[in-house]
Write a protein that binds this ligand. Structure first.
Ligand SMILES: NC(=O)c1ccc[n+]([C@@H]2O[C@H](COP(=O)([O-])OP(=O)(O)OC[C@H]3O[C@@H](n4cnc5c(N)ncnc54)[C@H](OP(=O)(O)O)[C@@H]3O)[C@@H](O)[C@H]2O)c1
Length: 173
């Protein structure tokens, strides 16, 4: 019988041309189609997020196990698993992915969690909004030179509210 392969550690993030990802605890933009794309990639896969990203979403995302990383041992929220660190999160998400047959476990931000997870991430779903926004949180752990391009999907601006958006899939060489 064919052995099941190990789930891949993937990350999904959206940034502007300066690597900006957040503003005052929220996304700096609202781009039509972006949430639907996020849902299509992550549905059915365990998602791992920092506690501040969970706060910004405000509820568990349905149809996927939600794991929240926090150093606060008293932190709880309905419908999510809280864990104390990245290792614990990846072990839990990896087991859930393997049990359900999901091919990937997904890191979904924010910048603090990505900084820790980036060196271990094998695949990156990166949305680049080719525009400059105002904000306070950047994906400083991302460098193009660390990645090779698997695919590049330039969206029709008519479907993105007129903003140039590209959906990249990148992998470590
Ligand atoms: N554009 C995008 O794709 C995208 C995606 C996600 C989020 N965002 C934006 O990013 C911003 C939030 O990001 P952020 O960088 O400020 O925060 P974050 O990474 O979401 O959360 C940081 C918190 O997570 C916990 N944490 C992170 N790494 C940990 C580790 N290794 N071990 C234990 N706990 C850990 C800590 O929680 P405690 O303080 O509870 O200990 C830490 O304070 C928001 O503006 C959000 O809208 C954007």
């Amino acid at each position: 019988m064919k052995q099941k392969s190990e789930p891949v550690l993937a990350m999904m993030m959206a940034m502007d041309k300066n690597r900006l990802i957040g503003q005052n605890g929220q996304m700096p933009w609202h781009i039509p189609g972006e949430m639907a794309y996020f849902k299509s990639v992550t549905l059915g896969k365990p998602i791992v997020m920092g506690r501040k990203t969970f706060d910004s979403i405000g509820r568990p995302l349905p149809g996927r196990p939600n794991i929240v990383v926090t150093r606060n041992p008293d932190w709880t929220a309905e419908g999510v698993q809280a864990v104390a660190g990245l290792d614990e999160a990846l072990e839990m998400a990896g087991n859930l992915a393997a049990d359900s047959g999901a091919e990937e476990l997904m890191i979904i931000g924010g910048a603090v969690l990505c900084r820790d997870a980036m060196p271990r991430t094998q695949r990156l779903y990166l949305t680049v909004v080719d525009h400059e926004y105002e904000g306070d949180t950047w994906l400083e752990s991302f460098n193009w030179s660390d990645w090779q391009v698997i695919s590049e999907d330039v969206r029709d601006p008519e479907t993105t509210g007129g903003v140039p958006v590209t959906y990249w899939v990148l992998e470590k060489p």
